[in-house]
Design a binder for this molecule. Structure first.
Ligand SMILES: [Zn+2]
Length: 70
């Protein structure tokens, strides 16, 4: 992790019962990175489900992120 933005923000957000969403990664080779929330464009039977995207640079300071620890 290149910066402490996520941890610092989590500490400030705790009073609002909120924290930055980090995905649950079950593949050991993949790093834990902040998730960019997406939404499904079309819903209904047979439509593909929305996929998640991950930020590889800190969305707050711009540093490259290798992994986020919580
Ligand atoms: Zn940062």
């Amino acid at each position: 992790m290149a910066c402490d933005c996520i941890a610092l923000l989590d500490a400030k957000l705790v009073e609002h019962n909120t924290r930055i969403k980090l995905p649950l990664i079950i593949t050991p080779d993949l790093p834990v990175l902040p998730m960019i929330e997406t939404e499904q464009v079309e819903s209904g039977m047979g439509k593909k489900r929305a996929i998640g995207l991950f930020a590889t640079y800190c969305p707050f300071c711009g540093d490259k992120l290798s992994e986020v620890q919580r």
